[in-house]
Design a protein around this ligand. Structure first.
Ligand code: PA5
Length: 466
């Protein structure tokens, strides 16, 4: 039986420092206080009423994804993926973890296409990439759950034109979106390209284990079934483990308790580069799901803690100074990997130099693990609460389990906070202003209002030029 992950919360607890850590009696009280909320979450997973369970695609959906991937496989040297937020962060995280940052250098020789992800609206990037890519050799994938998010829509308009003009095969374009009645569904039908529909009510940031992550991953040789198997194993483990032994319950309650004591920043310190993009996925999921002004009953509570991602060992030479000696307002999570897929031995090249000879006989993987534990110990000595998630290895199976674990953890914390983890009202207002100010026809009623507001907003700027 494949192992998924282990969670260690020992250094969130300390009976001697009950300001910065959780004491045993408080920890023991969580079971009574929160297990019924946890059981409600568990029931929603068991009954598959929780949106995250919509990740468990039917066999026919998986077959459709694989069939579309099959039609493109071997035909293209590049993939251009357009999307933003939840539409790209999961794919980026998995590609980084399983293929590494130098993937594009080896892709073609391994028989896979290179990957270019454009997840910002940036004229410099768009122009540069548009000039570099040969669109006859590029598969174009456009992902937008809502089908109307302005940033990927602008990129799609720009690159669709380039693609068409360069003689790209329009029928090979893949559009992944909600099945609802939206503009991009109309366009997809009109141009006759591939359409894959994301399960309705699966919010964008929870779509990594769906068509959104799976289609581009299949194109670079990552089996979506392995990711789903890992998620399924985690799903079953959450269902079958009682709260007092369940890592989702234990970590979730501890994080809530520490947040209520002013640990308002949640740092995820990932060791090492395989997990750097996972950190970005986590930041989005935590921030958008938990940062809410109102509870589900409408009370203003301004819930949430600020997520931050750090990369070990690199950020030991950047953020760590602040983490250890700056405000004690943070909780630290470390993610480490037990068995690296490959390791390198360090040799005795300079035996007479004391600063170099001690490396002999150690591997780089060993060094990274020692640096992680040293950083964690040093933070705990400075009275900073730390927890650790250990992955047995870095594989599609383990990642599937990790994604599902984090999603479950976040929806459980949201339950404790009594907030809705699936909406993002704070993002919508800026989006609506953009639509209005850009002149979208169905937003004309708010255009005058926002233009007037903008004029008075700009009038209040106090500008000092040097
Ligand atoms: O979770 C969310 O809904 C967001 O982060 C979306 O993923 C992001 O805004 C992109 O939206 P869409 O996929 O609708 O273009």
């Amino acid at each position: 039986m494949n192992e998924t992950l282990r969670v260690d919360i020992g250094h969130l607890l300390n009976d001697g420092d009950t300001v910065n850590f959780i004491s045993s009696p408080v920890f023991e009280s969580f079971y009574k206080k929160y297990s019924s909320s946890f059981n409600e979450i568990r029931l929603s997973l068991e009954n598959k009423t929780s949106p995250i369970t919509r990740s468990f695609l039917t066999d026919s959906s998986l077959l459709t994804i694989k069939a579309v991937a099959e039609t493109l496989r071997g035909k293209y040297e590049n993939i251009l993926l357009l999307g933003i937020g939840g539409s790209t962060l999961g794919f980026r995280a998995i590609t980084q973890a399983l293929k590494g940052p130098f993937y594009n250098l080896e892709a073609l020789s391994c028989g896979w296409p290179r990957v270019f992800v454009l997840d910002n609206v940036d004229p410099i990037l768009a122009k540069h990439l548009g000039d570099l890519l040969d669109f006859k050799k590029t598969a174009l994938i456009y992902i937008s759950k809502s089908g109307s998010t302005p940033e990927p829509a602008a990129n799609f308009i720009y690159f669709y034109k380039k693609y068409r003009e360069a003689g790209g095969y329009v029928k090979d374009i893949v559009i992944i979106c909600d099945p609802g009645d939206n503009g991009i569904n109309h366009i997809a039908k009109k141009i006759g390209c591939h359409i894959l529909h994301i399960p309705s009510n699966l919010p964008g940031r929870y779509t990594v284990l769906s068509q959104v992550g799976f289609l581009p991953l299949e194109l670079i040789g990552i089996n979506s079934k392995d990711l789903l198997d890992g998620a399924t194993r985690m799903h079953n483990a959450i269902l079958n483990t009682p709260p007092h032994k369940n890592a989702v319950f234990i970590l979730g309650t501890c994080l809530l308790e520490l947040a209520s004591r002013g640990k308002s920043i949640h740092v995820l310190f990932n060791y090492g580069n395989s997990l750097s993009e996972f950190g970005l996925w986590f930041v989005q999921l935590w921030a958008e799901s938990l940062g809410k002004s109102k509870s589900i009953t409408g009370t203003v509570i301004n819930a949430g803690t600020t997520p931050l991602t750090a990369l070990g060992a690199t950020d030991q030479h950047s953020l760590l100074q602040l983490f250890k000696e700056g405000p004690n307002d943070k909780v630290f999570g470390f993610i480490t990997i037990d068995n690296f897929p490959s390791d390198v031995m360090l040799t005795d090249e300079f035996p007479h130099e004391v600063e170099y000879s001690y490396f002999a006989g150690h591997t780089m993987g060993e060094q990274l693990k020692i640096e992680q534990i040293s950083t964690e110990m040093s933070l705990v000595r400075a009275k900073r609460p730390c927890y650790r998630i250990v992955l047995p290895d870095i594989s599609a199976f383990t990642l599937g389990a990790l994604f599902y674990f984090m999603e479950s953890l976040i929806i459980f914390v949201a339950k404790l906070w009594q907030i809705n983890p699936f909406d993002q009202p704070g993002v919508e207002e800026g989006k609506n202003m953009t639509y209005s100010l850009m002149g979208r026809k169905d937003y004309t009623s708010t255009r005058l209002q926002y233009e007037a507001e903008l004029a008075s907003f700009n009038a209040k700027r106090r500008i000092f030029q040097l």
